[in-house]
Design a binder for this molecule. Sequence first.
Ligand code: BG6
Ligand code: MG
Length: 211
Amino acid sequence: MKFKGVIFDLDGVICFTDKYHYKAWKTLADRLGIYFDEQINDRLRGVSRMASLEIILEKSEKHYSEEEKLRFAEEKNLIYRQLLAEMSPADISNEVRETLTRLRGMGVKLAIGSSSKNTPLILNKTQTAEYFDAVSDGNNITRSKPDPEVFLKAAEFLGLTSAECLVIEDAYSGIDAGVAGGFSTAGIGPASKYEKANYHLKSFADILSIE
Ligand code: BG6
Ligand code: MG
């Protein structure tokens, strides 16, 4: 592998929290009488909590104040965190664990680059913090993907330049963020079809075949 560092998005790459995000947003949307479905949920991938709420409110006829919006986001987050509390090491596949171990064995530095403020909770519940040399997440950024800030910080924490790092993403907005930051990018899941990504992964272990 020619890259000195690999920066992984968390949700949809290392673990699968889409269903929990969906359940939590759906509970809020139902309470507010706002239409919400899986297709709208797909648009929230990689997008920050407040930006996700704005997408959900597109279907609302009511206008809400900033204060109300902050309360809604908090309400959703409490439901989401209750669901995350059920996560365990079994939520991380053997393929992911083995690939991360192999990369570390090759001397590649590994980091998380996630928009989520719940990153520490997820890493803790799934016991995956030990694989990563650095964590850049929603708690240390002011601009969400497609802005490259979260990945630039991750590279900085690793002591590497963006040209030395590969970004792994499942979200189109995440690939855009990687490209904007001058990183090479690999799309997985939905983003494996995105033509802007340099590499298109069929499965997580395919990272090991990148030269
Ligand atoms: C991203 C998810 O990883 O984190 C988005 O793909 C989510 O769907 C975002 O909105 C923010 O997450 P959190 O945990 O800070 O609400
Ligand atoms: Mg993601």
